[in-house]
Design a protein around this ligand. Structure first.
Ligand code: ADP
Length: 351
């Protein structure tokens, strides 16, 4: 549905040009929810604005629904943009128009009749749960309701693609969840393709099928959300996902471990549970069948895209043979084992 090919974008700045996008290539399949995550200044807004050509790339090609937008005339581009709806962090509603009037605006601009507009707007307000608020003004609405108006307005021209520019960043966590749920619901009902940019990994985890991680204008990593969360390749990605998946040790525990002297027959392991054996009773098997003493120091079990995922930090005590047998048992269950003893030793040396 969306193909970005070798996009580069340079802005002229006071001290020379800024390269906001460097050779970015991505493709998004129909019906997919695609997340783009990165810190402030990474190039996310520039990227999403290139998809509807609000920004024209300096080089590269943008194809939406098979059409090369970079090759269209101004009039053709206006028509093509109707297939691409967009919602914004600060909603961008007209304060002088009520809810109905805001959603009707793109249809008025297209010259639709009053009857046609009514027939289109009312079901959309129903879809976003605002049919009883049609005559309210933006100042009378909560943030979540304003974003619902934004979504209804974006859908008024029956787009194939919905672009979400930090759409939940101004909302509290509960409202964020409701809006994400609505976006997912709309995707399912209308088979929309959704691209969302965010600086919040929690948003990606909640809703994105696939994700691209951006840094300094480049995509440094992309893939299925589950894979990127459970096997982050790049240090930046690792730091994005660490807290959310319980990868980091709580600071107090880390201090305690750094201060403690681990005995020779005691190992500190971080276990990553993914894949088909994530639900297996491995801890019980390790202690019962392999005779290891296990202390669970930290852990989190969660779900990404409906698939289980867990992180656990354990202190395992046993002789060398038992520890080695435990490691091969874990490997047979496809559970990754990371030795933290070395990390803790290094930390201690640094202190
Ligand atoms: P993000 O959305 O990830 O915060 P942006 O796409 O807004 O990143 O910005 C990427 C880089 O491009 C930043 O260095 C930013 O300062 C620069 N930039 C963005 N828009 C403009 C502009 N209109 N003119 C000059 N520089 C810009």
């Amino acid at each position: 549905m969306i193909e970005l090919e070798k996009l580069t974008k340079r802005y002229a700045g006071p001290s020379g040009s800024v390269e906001a996008l460097r050779d970015v290539s991505l493709s998004v399949a129909p019906g997919e929810i695609f997340g783009v995550i990165g810190r402030s200044g990474a190039g996310k807004s520039t990227l999403i604005r290139c998809i509807n050509l609000l920004e024209r790339p300096t080089a590269g090609r943008v194809r939406v629904a098979g059409r090369d937008l970079t090759a269209l005339s101004a009039a053709e581009l206006r028509a093509a943009r109707r297939e691409i709806g967009m919602i914004f962090q600060h909603f961008n509603l007209l304060s002088s128009r009520d809810v109905f009037g805001n959603v009707a605006l793109p249809l008025e601009l297209r010259g639709e009749s009053r009857a046609a507009i009514r027939d289109k707007v009312m079901p959309l307000l129903d879809l976003v749960g605002l049919s009883d608020r049609a005559d309210r003004y933006p100042s009378q609405l909560s943030g979540g309701q304003k974003q619902r108006v934004g979504i209804a307005r974006a859908l008024a021209t029956d787009p194939k693609v919905l672009l979400c520019d930090e759409a939940t960043s101004a909302l509290d966590p509960e409202t964020t969840d409701q809006i994400l749920e609505l976006i997912r619901d709309i995707r399912d009902r209308l088979n929309l393709t959704v691209v969302l940019i965010t600086h919040e990994m929690a948003v990606v985890k909640e809703i994105a099928d696939r994700v691209a991680v951006m840094e300094r204008g480049s995509v440094i990593e992309h893939g299925a959300t589950y894979d990127v969360f459970t096997r982050p390749q790049h240090a930046t990605t690792r730091s994005f996902v660490a807290d959310l998946i319980g990868f980091n040790l709580p600071p107090a525990l880390e201090k305690r471990l750094a201060a403690a002297r681990l005995e020779g027959n005691s190992r500190l392991w971080r276990l990553l549970f993914t894949g088909p054996h994530a639900d297996d009773p491995v801890i019980a098997e390790l202690s019962r069948n392999l005779g290891l003493d296990l202390a669970i120091l930290h852990g989190r079990i969660d779900e990404i895209q409906g698939r289980p995922f867990g992180v656990m930090v354990v202190q395992a005590r046993g002789d060398d043979a038992r520890l080695a047998a435990a490691k091969s048992y874990l490997a047979s269950r496809k559970i990754q084992v990371e030795e933290l003893n070395d990390v803790v030793t290094i930390d201690r040396a640094a202190v």
